[in-house]
Design a protein around this ligand. Structure first.
Ligand code: PMP
Length: 401
């Protein structure tokens, strides 16, 4: 008789990766200030956090979280629908809706739960989702939980999307689902064309703006604002674990849809709400994002410099056009060895392998609070390790005459 645990006992991939020195996961951080961390007793540059604006370590955000815990307690011990909506949660819903210029918004306790909760409760039997093949795993989970059909189109391939829309039942409800800014390769959804197709085929548009919010657009409102198409996004989803420096998620859109979700979306109804500390941190970060656009400008300055200099050294950072800076390697062993070399040289980055990406890459992200000295040091580490590992061509230092 088969034992349900047998596959786990036989699964040795992680153990083998540890033996090879290629295990990149669950590294324990002993100290952090957001730009540098201590791991294994050694201080290294943090180059792959989603703390885009550096607010996770901002004293004002930390104090807001601490003060809320003192006043409201460590947990709400209940779901939003019952006893888990404090004034902080209610204020966050309203402030986010206002900032995003949407009729209504509701906050969940994670971004993951938001995506699962929205798709699983909104997409009924007669409805169809049209999702980019590279959307986040939480959307894939939501698609699997939804009752309706799902068609996946090739990443950012608008002909493929149109082909699927054109062949769908004209009477079925249609939702196009994309990430605004793709988290691994740093490219953007082709919103201008997607909006054109959405109108032509009478569909609605859902954008996961986990990475776009705070980073893209004049006011940091995300991918729609970046393209001048903010109002064409019917449902905008955010996570708080990136620019908003907290944990939680939000969906914003028409008030009737938000009201439906508030009563039918299982992660809202059956899972405890964000801690008061997390809600207060997100509120404080939102206030700072509104008041300090210079943080976003600094993030872009750093990222443009890194893109320029890394490409100049011979690294492949395509297809990114954003502060998510992938160093594309395209070979699993080389990718893991290069990542290991970066770690030893003083950098905390993340290797990402297929099928999560089309070509193996080392994902890096720098934040608005990294100093010029830290960026200089990082460029030096990239160049040294890249040459040593043959990722970029070795150039002889010019000899003096
Ligand atoms: N969507 C995207 C695009 C993400 O990158 C993530 C998290 N990395 C999520 C959703 C889930 O968000 P959270 O971490 O808040 O659960």
């Amino acid at each position: 008789m088969a034992d349900i645990f047998e596959k786990c006992v036989n699964w040795k991939d992680a153990d083998l990766a540890k033996l090879a020195g290629h295990y990149a996961y669950y590294r324990v951080i002993q100290e952090t200030d957001g730009t540098e961390v201590v791991i294994d007793g050694k201080r290294v540059i943090m180059a792959c956090s989603n703390n885009y604006l550096g607010l996770a370590n901002d004293p004002r955000v930390k104090e807001a979280a601490a003060e809320a815990s003192r006043r409201w307690g460590a947990s709400t011990c209940g779901s939003r629908v019952l006893n888990g909506t404090t004034e902080l949660h209610d204020e966050l819903d309203h402030r986010l809706a206002k900032y995003l210029g949407r009729e209504a918004a509701v906050t969940y306790s994670t971004g993951f739960g938001t995506n699962v909760g929205v798709l699983s409760s909104l997409i009924l039997r007669k409805d169809t989702i049209f999702a980019d093949r590279m959307v986040h795993a939480s959307l894939v989970e939501g698609i699997q939980a939804a009752l309706g059909d799902c068609k996946r189109f090739r990443h950012n391939n608008m002909d493929d999307l149109e082909r699927l829309l054109a062949s769908a039942d004209p009477d079925s409800g249609k939702l196009i689902v994309v990430d605004g800014m793709y988290s691994m390769e740093g490219d953007l959804a082709n919103l201008p064309k997607i909006v054109e197709l959405k109108k032509k085929y009478n569909a609605r548009l859902f954008v996961d703006d986990a990475h776009g919010f705070g980073v893209l657009g004049e006011g940091g409102r995300g991918t729609g604002e970046h393209f001048g198409l903010h109002d064409e996004v019917d449902l905008q989803m955010l996570t708080f674990s990136k620019s908003l420096a907290s944990i939680g998620g939000c969906i914003a859109g028409p008030k009737e849809v938000i009201n439906w979700l508030k009563h039918k979306s299982r992660p809202l109804v059956f899972s405890a709400s964000m801690t008061p500390g997390a809600a207060a941190a997100a509120l404080k970060s939102l206030e700072i994002i509104e008041q300090e656009p210079e943080r976003r400008a600094r993030l872009w300055d750093i990222s443009e410099r890194l893109h320029r200099e890394l490409r100049g050294m011979g690294f492949d950072t395509a297809p990114s056009v954003t502060p998510v800076l992938p160093i594309v390697i395209g070979d699993q062993t080389l990718c893991l060895s290069f990542w290991r070399r970066l770690t030893d040289a003083g950098m905390f980055a993340s290797p990402v392998v297929r099928p999560a990406v089309e070509k193996e890459l080392v994902r890096t992200v720098f934040t608005a609070t990294h100093t010029d000295e830290q960026v200089d040091r990082s460029l030096d580490i990239f160049q040294r390790c890249g040459r040593e590992m043959g990722v970029i061509p070795y150039k002889k230092p010019s000899t003096r005459v």
